[in-house]
Design a protein around this ligand. Structure first.
Ligand code: F6P
Length: 255
C-alpha cells in the first residue's frame, strides 16, 4: 500500500504531482477496475476530499459514470450544506440511470443536506432541436446554473471507449483517431498533450466554465486509463487528480 508522510502525502503522489505538473495528486490504495470494494474506496476518498474543500454557497457540477456513482454512494456528511447546490454537468440521457450525472447530483445532495437540480435531455441532440431548446426557459435556467458552478467533479474515460459507448458517428470516430485522442471528460476529447480534439454538441458544462471554477476534481481508476489521465492532466484545469493505485502505476510508466 501507499506510505504517506506526516502531511499525509506519499512519495508516489509527490512524484506524480511533479511529473504531471499538478498542484495535488491523491492516490487511493487498490485496483478499482477489479474489485467493487476498491472502487468504493476511491469514491469514499473523493467524497471526503470534496467535503473538505466545500464552501457554504458552492454550486457543484458533477458528471456521470461509475466512478462518480461510487463517490455519490460513499458520500457521508454529518455537516449539512443547505446553501450548496449540486447540478449535473450535462443534460444527458444516453447512459445507464444509476450513473447519470443527474442521479449523482441528487444522491450527493441528499447525503450532504444540499439542494440539487436535475437536467434530463438527450446527449446527442440534432442541431435544430439543440438551437430551439436553448431558448427554453427551463433549459436556460439550468445552463445558467451550470455555467456559474464553482466546483467541478468529473470522471475520466478513454476517448475511443467513450465515443463508442455514446454511439458517435463514423466521422467523429475518424476525427478522434486522426487527432490521436486519448481521454474524455465532460464531453470533451483530448489528446495526450491536452489539446481538444473534439467536443460533443451537448448542453451543459463548457471548458471555460471549468477553467473559471474555483476548484476542479478529476477522478479515475484503472491502469487502462493511464493515457487518458495524462491527457486530462495536461489540459491544465485540474486542482486535484484523485486516482487509484493501478492508475497511478500506469501513469508512472508513461511519464
Ligand atoms: O459519461 C460521463 C463520464 O463522466 C465521462 O465523461 C467519463 O469519460 C466517464 O463517465 C467515466 O466513466 P467511468 O467512471 O464509469 O469509467
Amino acid at each position: 500500500t501507499v506510505m504517506k508522510d506526516v502531511y499525509g502525502i506519499s512519495d508516489l503522489e509527490i512524484d506524480l504531482q511533479q511529473k504531471l505538473k499538478l498542484k495535488r495528486v491523491i492516490v487511493v490504495p487498490g485496483q478499482s477496475e477489479e474489485t467493487e470494494e476498491d472502487k468504493k474506496e476511491l469514491g469514499r476518498i473523493a467524497a471526503q476530499h470534496l467535503l473538505s474543500i466545500l464552501r457554504e454557497d458552492d454550486i457543484v457540477a458533477v458528471t456521470g459514470g461509475t466512478t462518480l456513482a461510487a463517490m455519490a454512494e460513499m458520500l457521508q456528511s454529518v455537516k449539512q450544506y443547505p446553501q450548496v447546490l449540486f447540478v449535473p454537468a450535462r443534460g444527458g440521457l444516453g447512459e445507464n440511470i444509476e450513473t447519470q450525472a443527474s442521479q449523482v447530483a441528487a444522491e450527493c445532495a441528499k447525503k450532504a443536506g444540499a439542494g440539487y437540480r436535475m437536467f434530463h435531455l438527450p446527449d446527442n441532440l440534432g442541431s435544430a432541436a439543440f438551437q430551439s431548446l436553448k431558448e427554453d426557459p427551463y433549459v436556460r435556467e439550468m445552463l445558467g446554473l451550470i455555467c456559474s458552478c464553482s466546483v467541478v467533479v468529473h470522471g475520466i474515460g478513454r476517448a475511443m471507449e467513450m465515443a463508442v459507448r455514446r454511439n458517435a458517428s463514423r466521422e467523429v470516430l475518424q476525427q478522434l483517431k486522426n487527432g490521436e485522442a486519448v481521454g474524455e471528460a465532460f464531453g470533451y476529447y483530448f489528446d495526450r498533450q491536452g489539446q481538444i480534439i473534439h467536443q460533443m454538441e451537448t448542453m451543459g458544462l463548457r471548458l471555460d466554465n471549468v477553467q473559471q471554477a474555483r476548484y476542479v476534481i478529476g477522478l479515475a481508476g484503472g491502469k487502462q486509463k493511464a493515457e487518458a489521465i495524462i491527457g486530462i492532466a495536461n489540459a491544465g484545469f485540474l486542482d486535484v487528480l484523485i486516482m487509484d493505485e493501478s492508475a497511478a502505476e500506469g501513469v508512472s510508466l508513461l511519464v
